[in-house]
Ligand binder design. Structure first.
Ligand code: 5GP
Ligand code: ZN
Length: 118
């Protein structure tokens, strides 16, 4: 884990250098709205510290991944989509479609989501 990576977009949001619509502000995590929402609710939940992807976060094994998913659930409740359902997505690596190399969970809901993904 690295606390802050200079050229990382999401480290910039954590540092307050890049504006974002914050949904939940936690000690170890931050949740904010995706700039290009793919559903009525599209929130990103990230660790404040820099991990390149969810695999690195899992490998760290300090309960942070558990906490991230708990925060995703809290987002779903506060957005009012816990009853209708939602999707938690960790795009990982190139084939997974990951474009920002700072671990993040997408919380998507508010409409019926299709499967399989493209
Ligand atoms: P990935 O493709 O890595 O799974 O997800 C990265 C997400 O970050 C994308 O859904 C993209 O729309 C979002 N994103 C990219 N730049 C920004 C930004 O500057 N602010 C916010 N809030 N989201 C961003
Ligand atoms: Zn980062």
């Amino acid at each position: 884990m690295i606390v802050d990576v200079p050229d990382c977009l999401f480290c910039g949001i954590v540092a307050g250098q890049i504006p974002a619509q914050i949904v939940l502000d936690g000690k170890r995590t931050l949740a904010f709205r995706d700039i290009s929402p793919q559903a009525p609710t599209h929130v990103l939940v990230i660790p404040r510290d820099h991990y390149p992807d969810v695999a690195a976060l899992a490998a760290a094994g300090d309960g942070l991944l558990d906490e991230l998913v708990s925060r995703a659930r809290e987002v779903a409740v506060s957005e009012g989509i816990d009853g209708t359902g939602y999707r938690i997505v960790f795009n990982t690596g190139a084939d997974g479609g990951q474009t920002v190399a700072h671990a993040h969970a997408h919380v998507l809901g508010g409409r019926s989501l299709t499967w399989p993904p493209g």
